[in-house]
Design a protein around this ligand. Structure first.
Ligand SMILES: NC(=O)c1ccc[n+]([C@@H]2O[C@H](COP(=O)([O-])OP(=O)(O)OC[C@H]3O[C@@H](n4cnc5c(N)ncnc54)[C@H](O)[C@@H]3O)[C@@H](O)[C@H]2O)c1
Length: 291
């Protein structure tokens, strides 16, 4: 009994007055300033053209005062990316094929040289070979599996490792990747990409657990279907759009600017207590069974 009371007393000991470390408390700004990210720097991977979700995020961050670095994976896409970047304020444009370790290391060094650190990292790279998406799932090849998981999931880990020291210089930062509900449920023709997204979402949790000590948050946005270059590689994509319109609670599809607004919230001070999270931005489709 006495031992039990002692244990209770120990449990009831007053909590230390300190509260959360100063570095992760809200800035003393008022709420109107939650969207003011002036002076911050972001690396955004995954802009291919003006329909890219990553491009919508780049524009939204830029409107909030963030200086942006964009990347292109190959010479074929460089001109596109440079043209888009020209509409941003003082952008940095660098090469990075996320399947090549050396390019990731060089990207980190180039960004550090120019920005002297980094506040935000947005990962919007994904790829699977057309044949893996078209064939029945059981026909997934070893090489097709490797490529999809490498580009779409492992690259987030490798890039997180490269930008971590840059975020440490700033006393913390925020990372965000883009995923899809195909990680949890079966969608026709999504196939190996669903497996890659499951690995990506698990990586978000493991990275968040490790990088929290550096005041770095790691999250994902799971977006509803949007007509982009990557999406058009999935046969029957238009019919997926129709199903979402019909069944989602909001009765409509979403657009990239809506993902971008959620991204600015999650990356910025509004999301300061959120990490290891997969935020659904899909008009509520994920919640619906049979209604
Ligand atoms: N469009 C959708 O319906 C939808 C829904 C949910 C999630 N997502 C995800 O959003 C992210 C962005 O896709 P999107 O729909 O904007 O299409 P997108 O085609 O515009 O973007 C995909 C990007 O991946 C890049 N990429 C592919 N291989 C690469 C490599 N080796 N190195 C560097 N970059 C590489 C491409 O260059 C492109 O910029 C992807 O992760 C995608 O899975 C898309």
């Amino acid at each position: 009994m006495a031992a039990g009371l002692k244990a209770m007393a120990r449990r009831r000991a007053p909590a230390p007055a300190a509260g959360p470390p100063a570095s992760i408390t809200a800035p003393k700004s008022d709420r109107a300033n939650l969207l003011d990210l002036s002076g911050k720097h972001a690396l955004i991977i995954g802009v291919a053209n003006k329909r890219s979700i990553a491009w919508a995020i780049a524009q939204a961050l830029s409107r909030s005062g963030v200086r942006i670095a964009l990347t292109y994976p190959s010479a074929r896409l460089e001109e596109n990316v440079r043209e888009l970047a020209a509409s941003l304020d003082n952008p940095l444009v660098l090469p990075c094929d996320v399947a090549v370790d050396q390019q990731i290391v060089e990207l980190g060094a180039a960004i550090d040289g120019e920005f002297g650190g980094l506040d935000f990292f947005v990962h919007g790279a994904a790829f699977a070979r057309a044949e893996e998406l078209d064939a029945p799932f059981s026909q997934t090849t070893r090489e097709g599996f490797r490529i999809a998981l490498d580009v779409s999931a492992y690259s987030f880990i490798a890039l997180a490792r490269a930008v971590r020291p840059l975020m440490q210089k700033r006393g913390g930062g925020s990372m965000l990747t883009l995923t899809y509900l195909g990680s949890e449920r079966v969608f026709k023709n999504y196939n190996v990409m669903g497996v890659a997204k499951a690995a990506l979402e698990a990586s978000v949790r493991y990275l968040a657990a490790e990088l929290g000590a550096d005041n770095i948050r790691v999250n994902a946005i799971s977006a509803g279907p949007i007509k982009t270059l990557a999406a058009m590689g999935i046969s029957g994509f238009s019919s997926i759009l129709g199903v979402y319109r019909e069944r989602s609670p909001l009765g409509r599809n979403i657009d990239a600017s809506e993902v971008a607004d959620a991204a600015v919230f999650l990356l910025g001070p509004g999301g300061r207590a959120i990490t290891a999270e997969v935020l659904m931005v899909d008009a509520g489709f994920h919640a619906v069974g049979l209604v």
